[in-house]
Design a binder for this molecule. Structure first.
Ligand code: F6P
Ligand code: MG
Length: 493
């Protein structure tokens, strides 16, 4: 807490903040989803496995208790010791805060606490399948399956680009029939921006928010037309600065040109993160990409290491993944299209497998690296990073560019504080800003109140639009993932 910005933070007690709605409506729905998932797994355990059955039932009842507590505004109780050092950090902070009640507590702290508490139910379990079980895994895979049209479209595009890169020299660059170096660079920049935009908008479809969207609506959000239309919704766009940094490192022929991606969601968003990573490695804009997943199930859809292997397995055998849906029966009620999925065309299968081969090769060669760290599931802001996780901070300094994906990472970068919207991004990220030794690029679709770095008057202008929240004294426009910011800070300058 001592390291956090000295600016008031968003609270679940504030009716104008998305925190209020999250605490009262979304969290109970999310815990209910976890209960349903555990229940479904319990129903598959044979009667003879009495210990696992008993443990599954105990977990269901602990989740129901948690839901009761948060719906009835009870005090946040201490987290049970599961042997990980962050328990003490959580519990000390809980005590220092009161302890608080669910409807009157800092949003960022309490939301992290919620997922940490859920994780403890599985980290303290002793039987299979509960030990380290992920109650959101099923949901993550189901949503990834429903992204099929966008995945197939992007696989075709990615394959085309990577094959062109392989075939071309620097004099005949990808997507351009030009030899003038300025034009070449411009063409390369366009392609970089296309890949980075794909990566940005992949964040619009996360599970903790999209409980109310239909299968068709999710698909619409992911196609290339949607992306073009959404360009005008990128309120601050620093893609150019990020590209400049990466090209500079390439031209300087720096031997190791590392890019880090602090991941957000699994499934489709992880897929598009890998598109960007694979593209950077194919062009030489990076020689290694380090991916930072979470260590425990987090904010429903966040990537844990198992999601990475599950994604690669799905892509290794796309027919099995897309054509034989194991959830077909269970999903028949909630998906409009409950017929057997259409078979994939030969070319579609080949395209998906092309990506699988490319990515698994990069992973095998040590160019695409997965590096979890417990810090990412701590409660507080990233303002705490240099003091609380100095070795992680030092590691990130080795990178040319650290990309922070998604809304929660943005909330953590800025301390989830009620900054004036015109506050410079470099100021709002405090110790990760100027002089930090880190280059930060936030790719964020807005799904919470905090936003910084906007031009004068922009917040007011969007608030005044229909549904913008002005009439309610809120920044409602920033809650739905429709608007985005791409913000850069050069802490190495
Ligand atoms: O409660 C809403 C919320 O926590 C957002 O603030 C938020 O960050 C989101 O869920 C998850 O978004 P993302 O996956 O982009 O971090
Ligand atoms: Mg997330």
């Amino acid at each position: 807490m001592d390291h956090d910005p000295k600016v008031p933070t968003y609270q679940t007690s504030d009716p104008t903040s998305f925190a209020h709605k999250s605490a009262r409506e979304r969290w109970p729905a999310i815990v209910t989803g976890a209960i349903d998932d555990v229940h479904r797994t319990v129903s598959c355990i044979p009667d003879s496995d009495k210990d696992a059955l008993a443990e599954g039932k105990a977990i269901t009842s602990a989740l129901a208790t948690l839901k009761y507590e948060l719906q009835h505004n009870r005090v946040l109780g201490p987290i049970a010791d599961d042997g990980f050092p962050d328990v003490e950090l959580y519990n000390d902070e809980l005590a220092a805060r009161g302890p608080p009640t669910w409807h009157n507590v800092e949003w960022l702290f309490s939301e992290c606490y919620l997922y940490r508490r859920i994780a403890t139910l599985f980290s303290t379990a002793t039987t299979k399948p509960w030990r380290d079980y992920d109650p959101f895994y099923r949901q993550k895979m189901k949503t990834f399956r429903s992204s099929r049209p966008a995945v197939l479209e992007l696989c075709a595009r990615y394959r085309q680009i990577v094959e062109q890169i392989r075939a071309s020299s620097r004099d005949a660059p990808v997507g351009a029939d030009v030899t003038d170096p300025t034009e070449i660079e411009e063409a390369e920049k366009l392609l970089f921006v296309e890949m980075a935009e794909i990566c940005l908008w992949g964040n619009a479809t996360d599970l903790s928010l999209l409980t109310s969207l239909s299968y068709e609506e999710i698909q619409k959000l992911q196609g290339s037309n949607a992306r073009k239309e959404s360009e005008k919704n990128i309120l601050v766009n620093d893609f150019g600065a990020a590209f400049a940094v990466l090209t500079r490192a390439l031209k300087a022929k720096r031997e190791i040109r590392r890019v880090d991606i602090v991941l957000d969601n699994a499934g489709f968003e992880l897929f598009v993160d890998l598109i960007l990573a694979g593209y950077l490695l194919a062009t030489g804009l990076a020689t290694e990409v380090v991916l930072h997943p979470k260590d425990i199930p987090w904010f429903v859809s966040d990537v844990v290491p198992k999601d990475f292997s599950a994604l690669l397995s799905a892509m290794a055998d796309p027919r099995a993944f897309y054509e034989d849906s194991p959830d077909a029966d269970a999903d028949a009620d909630d998906e409009p299209d409950n017929d057997k999925p259409a078979p994939l065309a030969e070319e579609e299968v080949a395209n998906v497998q092309f990506l699988f081969d490319h990515w698994s090769h990069l992973h095998g060669e040590g160019k695409l690296i997965l590096r979890p760290n417990r810090f990412w599931t701590h409660a507080g802001s990233f303002w705490r990073l240099p003091a609380v996780a100095p070795e992680l901070m030092e590691d990130l300094k080795e990178s040319e560019l650290v990309v922070f994906k998604g809304d929660l990472n943005y909330r953590k970068l800025t301390g989830d504080a009620a900054w004036p919207a015109t506050t410079p991004f470099t100021e709002a990220i405090g110790p990760l800003g100027p002089g930090s030794g880190l280059r930060v690029l936030a790719l964020r679709t807005c799904k919470a109140d905090v936003v910084v770095g906007l031009p004068e008057g922009k917040d007011e202008e969007i608030r005044a639009m229909e549904g913008g929240g002005g009439d309610f004294g809120a920044r409602k426009w920033a809650w739905s993932g429709k608007w985005a910011v791409v913000q850069f800070s050069d802490g190495k300058a």
